[in-house]
Design a protein around this ligand. Structure first.
Ligand code: NI
Length: 242
C-alpha cells in the first residue's frame, strides 16, 4: 500500500459542484447512521479501522477484545471475502461495529475502467447489504488510491486514516502496538488489517491501553457525527475536536 497522504477534512474543496447522487455507484446513498451507543462528546475518541477482511480466525479474535472492553471498530471489507467469515461480519454489526466497503476485489479504482469501477462498488454494496442488512456508508479505496474522478463517481464519503500502523508491512506485534499508541490524539483514525495474527495480538494491547488512557473507541460514523458530519464524495482522514 503506497505512501499516499489522504486529504484532510478541510481539503475536500471541489466546491464548484455538488456531488451528484446519480453518478454514484448505483446503490442508494445511506444517511449517516444514528449513533446507537452512549458516547460522551466531551471526552477524547479514536476510531480503530481494519481493512481487507473478514478473516475466519483473526476477525473474531479482534471482536472478542473489543467486546471485552465495550469498544467498537470499523471494518472495511473486501466483499469477496465476506463468505470466508459471515458469522464474524454479522457479529461485528450486532456489536455496533461499522461495516464499510473496501470494494469487491480490492480493486485500484484509479486504474479501473468505468464498468469495473461501477461493478467494484455495486457488487460490494449488494454483498454487504446481504451480509448485514444495510449498505455501507463509507468506502475506503484500496491502496488509498483515489483522484477527483473516484471522488465524483463513488457516491459515498471516502474514509482514510491519520495513523498508519503499517501492520501489513512489519507483521510485528510490538511495532504495530507502538505505531498505534505513539502520538495518538483525539479524533485519530487508525489503520490496521484484521487478516494477520500479529495484528490481532497487537489489538489485545492497543484496546486496553487506549481505554486506560481515557479514549472512547468509536466507529468512523460515530466519530464523524460527533465531529462535524460527512458529505458523499469528500474524503476524511481524521476528526479533530472543534
Ligand atoms: Ni486494502
Amino acid at each position: 500500500m503506497p505512501e499516499l497522504l489522504p486529504d484532510s477534512q478541510e481539503a475536500g474543496g471541489e466546491n464548484a459542484s455538488e456531488p451528484s447522487l446519480e453518478e454514484g455507484g448505483g446503490t442508494p446513498v445511506e444517511t449517516l447512521p444514528e449513533p446507537q451507543r452512549v458516547v460522551d462528546p466531551t471526552r477524547p475518541m479514536v476510531a480503530l479501522t481494519f481493512d481487507d477482511g473478514p478473516h475466519a480466525v483473526y476477525t473474531d479474535q479482534i471482536l472478542d477484545i473489543l467486546e471485552e472492553h465495550g469498544a467498537v471498530a470499523t471494518f472495511f471489507e473486501v466483499a469477496r471475502n465476506l463468505p470466508k467469515a459471515p458469522e464474524a461480519v454479522r457479529r461485528a454489526a450486532d456489536m455496533g461495529c461499522e461495516i464499510g466497503s473496501h470494494t469487491q476485489n480490492h480493486a485500484d479504482l484509479v486504474k479501473a475502467d468505468a464498468d469495473t469501477f461501477r461493478q467494484q462498488i455495486q457488487q460490494a454494496d449488494e454483498n454487504i447489504l446481504k451480509a448485514i442488512g444495510r449498505y455501507p456508508y463509507f468506502l475506503r479505496p484500496p491502496y488509498g488510491d483515489f483522484n477527483d474522478d473516484v471522488r465524483r463517481h463513488v457516491g459515498k464519503p471516502l474514509a482514510f486514516w491519520s495513523v498508519d500502523t503499517k501492520d501489513w508491512k512489519t507483521r510485528n506485534t510490538a511495532c504495530t502496538v507502538s505505531a498505534a499508541l505513539n502520538n495518538i490524539e483525539d479524533g485519530d483514525v487508525v489503520l490496521m488489517h484484521d487478516i494477520y495474527g500479529e495484528t490481532a495480538d497487537a489489538v489485545a494491547q492497543i484496546v486496553p491501553s487506549l481505554v486506560q488512557q481515557g479514549y472512547q473507541l468509536v466507529t468512523v460514523s460515530e466519530l464523524a457525527s460527533y465531529r462535524g458530519g460527512m458529505i458523499p464524495g469528500r474524503s476524511y482522514s481524521q476528526f479533530r475536536p472543534a
